[in-house]
Design a protein around this ligand. Structure first.
Ligand SMILES: [Zn+2]
Length: 278
């Protein structure tokens, strides 16, 4: 798989043009990938819908269950996949991002006879994932992704990162929480992000610690939340750490650090200042 003139070429690639686009990205963009599930019946039916003017929606690609990729919008052109959305200091993510839609039915309904898609198709048990969504607190049932889809998504993200200097991979559920649940907990989003985005940064970050056996740092925020996992939606496990609290850094992952003080938990490393070696 290669990218030539902002279009994929290679095996299992087809092109179908969507009219649902804005102009070209600004300079230095896109720098973000947004992952979605289609919530549809098949990659072909979703691609057809996203090429229909009345859909008023599109994406750069749709990835099918065999790992086949249908490209709908060139990668230098703004597609309509994110809608109302916010990430850090940005809103309206379409103008910053490449949208990847993965053919998947989404959340399933549990009935007496088994698990069903929202459009009424029964899903075999081996394609059902029971999990808690990152924006929710109770488990529910989700349509599993195929290995071929997950692998194709990863390969595409690696390629996009090489060609477009991608710095961020997010799920639609993270930029439009409350409104969207895709790609949902059946997709290994954190794993993808950790291997493609954070591993690079982590190796840069940890260089600074090479000669420090147990780095310690001081909290610089008034009140720094300490959480059960390295993400903003994870539970707070104790009252916030006060400014000036000294912590030992046990582990780092992206912009998060697992620290130990009277308790152990994850904090945003933006609000830590490393202490000088004694
Ligand atoms: Zn979406």
């Amino acid at each position: 798989m290669r990218i030539e003139n902002n279009l994929l070429t290679g095996d299992k690639i087809s092109i179908q043009n969507s009219p649902n686009i804005s102009g070209k990205f600004s300079a230095d963009l896109p720098d973000t990938i947004v992952i979605h599930f289609t919530g549809g019946r098949s990659a072909r039916s979703s691609a057809n819908w996203l090429c229909n003017p009345s859909a008023k929606a599109s994406a750069h690609v749709v990835i099918g269950k065999e790992g086949e990729i249908i490209q709908l919008v060139p990668f230098d052109t703004i597609a309509w996949h994110a809608g109302r959305s916010q990430w850090q200091d940005r809103s309206g993510l379409n103008k910053y991002s490449i949208g990847i839609e993965i053919d998947n039915a989404g959340r399933l309904e549990q009935r007496e006879q088994g698990y069903y898609t929202w459009f009424g198709t029964k899903v075999a048990d081996e394609w059902v994932t029971r999990a808690v969504h990152r924006n929710e607190s109770l488990h529910s049932y989700w349509h599993a992704f195929t290995e071929a889809q997950i692998s194709a998504t990863e390969q595409l993200c690696i390629l996009l990162k090489e060609v477009y200097s991608i710095k961020t991979i997010v799920g639609h559920e993270e930029i439009s929480p409350g409104r969207k649940v895709d790609p949902g907990p059946a997709f290994p989003l954190d794993k993808l992000r950790n291997s493609l985005i954070y591993n690079d940064r982590q190796s840069e970050d940890t260089d600074a610690f090479d000669d420090v056996l147990t780095p310690t740092a001081t909290v610089t925020a008034d009140a720094l939340n300490i959480r059960s996992a390295p993400k903003a939606s994870a539970n707070k496990i104790a009252p916030p750490l006060a400014e000036g609290t000294s912590v030992t850094i046990l582990e780092r992952r992206g912009n998060w650090a697992r620290v130990s003080t009277e308790i152990e938990g994850w904090v945003s490393s933006k609000f830590l200042k490393l202490n000088n070696k004694s």
